[in-house]
Design a protein around this ligand. Structure first.
Ligand code: UD1
Ligand code: CA
Length: 436
């Protein structure tokens, strides 16, 4: 077993979510919460990650099962966080070393403070090092009790707090590093003598201390990092914070986001510099956007979209699983699915690829400098060569191959008679170039 290991608690139902879905699979910026926690643990240096599953365990395992460093421990009854950690014992029986313990419903955790905790625990040779945070409003969290010299004493759950303890603002965000196998001894000691009659992991540090082991609490976490999602309201708050981190990142990289409040960008998306994202744009899934593109307003770029440099995608355009070549314009009301467009293509207003026949998806290929007229429908699979012209409202039917330089018009699309062939000139900067 490669260390350090991480244990992520994710067996609880999250009753207040009122959901049949496992709580940790609810999405923040298009990805399940557990994704971020697993990535943070990995980013902090964890080499093996044990996820404790219980409620809707199969859903969580389905989501993570292809990740080779992730193992699962099943907690059939949710008897508390201490009990949840104990379910990992058989898997980790042979392991000696640090275990980073996190909860799956804190998606805003970042790797850096967790890496710091791991490093400090090794330096201090502590049996337990817990990360803490100071919150203006500590409601909902366990409180950190210290003695008059500031040394860690114990964690008190909010439900078990006296009024004085309740006033403490230093909280337990459930980010711990415990040395194994020492933790197992402490977990054997904890009981259920608390308001909830549960096995509390939060009792373990106190037991280790009582056994004469070194236990430290370090205030290394930021309030934003530890937002715990227990309700749909928390989910929206976490999404807003995560989204502003993503915006910040891309603005720092030279991307203009005209109105961050209405712009949604998936964490898996990449964007080149000098690209401008106009308001009310939604970018979801793995999307790659080149430099100097203009996207939106009101554009929807979905999974598998690749925009090369200098591409323009305008209002009410939806694109999924498609590559759009350099300099191509898709300016108004269009749908592209499973398409590959060359360079400097003009894809007209309300033109679409009909990529789905009810059972299967089919590809569309459009060569460079081709011009797809307004309202055209390309019933995939379709191939359009370079420098071709599709007339306005033409329906290019399934398996058609429009040759290089050819013009087709009508329903179903057919070549324009000789002598009537025309070459529309592109108006590079004209506002209505793509509309024609
Ligand atoms: C816990 C901590 C509290 C801390 C707070 C926020 C305990 C006793 N309390 O309280 O000090 O401030 O988190 O970090 O640990 N889980 C299981 N199995 C169980 C119970 C819980 O896997 O039997 C998982 C849940 O799915 C969740 C996490 O553990 O991801 C925390 O459980 P939760 O019930 O939310 O604990 P809190 O009451 O928030
Ligand atoms: Ca919680």
């Amino acid at each position: 077993m490669n260390g350090p290991v991480a244990i992520i608690l994710a067996a609880g139902q999250g009753k207040r979510m009122k959901s049949e879905k496992a709580k940790v699979l609810h999405e923040v910026c298009g990805q399940p919460m557990i994704r971020y926690v697993v990535d943070a643990a990995r980013g902090a240096g964890a080499k093996t990650i044990v996820v404790v599953v219980g409620y809707a365990a199969d859903q969580v395992e389905d989501y993570l099962h292809h990740e080779p460093d992730v193992l699962f421990a099943t907690q059939t009854e949710q008897l508390g966080t201490g009990h949840a950690v104990k379910t990992c014992r058989p898997l980790l029986a042979q392991y000696q070393g640090p275990a980073l313990i996190l909860v799956g419903d804190e998606p805003l955790l970042r790797p850096q403070p967790l890496a710091d905790l791991l490093r400090r625990q090794q330096l201090d040779q502590a049996a337990c090092l817990l990360g803490t945070a100071a919150l203006a409003d500590p409601t909902g969290f366990g409180r950190i009790l210290r003695d008059s010299a500031g040394r860690f004493l114990r964690i008190v759950e909010e439900r078990d707090c006296t009024p004085e303890e309740r006033a403490i603002t230093e909280v337990n965000p459930s980010c711990y590093v415990f040395e194994l196998p020492g933790l197992w001894d402490a977990l054997d000691q904890i009981g259920t003598g608390n308001v909830q009659h549960e096995y509390y992991l939060t009792d373990a540090p106190e037991y280790l201390k009582a056994m004469g082991r070194k236990v430290r609490a370090l205030n290394v976490l930021q309030p934003d990092d530890i937002l715990g999602v227990n309700t749909r309201q928390h989910l929206a708050q976490a999404t807003a914070i995560m989204q502003s981190r993503i915006h910040d990142h891309w603005m720092t990289e030279g991307v203009t986001i005209v109105d961050p409040r209405t712009t949604q960008i998936d964490p898996r998306c990449t964007i080149g510099c000098d690209t401008v994202i106009y308001p009310s744009t939604v970018i979801s899934g793995v999307v790659r956007i080149g430099s100097n593109c203009r996207v939106g307003p009101f554009a929807h770029l979905r999974d598998g979209t690749v925009l090369d440099d200098d591409v323009e995608v305008g209002a009410f355009v939806e694109i999924k699983q498609s590559r759009i070549g350099k300099g191509t314009i898709v300016r108004h009301l269009a749908y592209l699915g499973d398409a590959d467009l060359g360079e400097d293509v003009n894809f007209g207003a309300t033109a679409i690829t009909a990529n789905y026949d009810g059972t299967q998806k089919h590809p569309t290929r459009i060569g460079s400098r081709s011009h797809v007229g307004a309202g055209a429908i390309l019933v995939a699979p379709v191939q359009v060569g370079d420098d071709a012209v599709i007339g306005a409202n033409a329906v290019v039917t399934r398996n058609r191959h429009v040759a290089d330089g050819q013009t087709v018009v009508g329903v179903p699309a057919h070549p324009l008679e000789p002598g009537r062939r025309h070459h529309p000139t592109r108006v590079p900067d004209g506002e209505d170039a793509a509309a024609r």
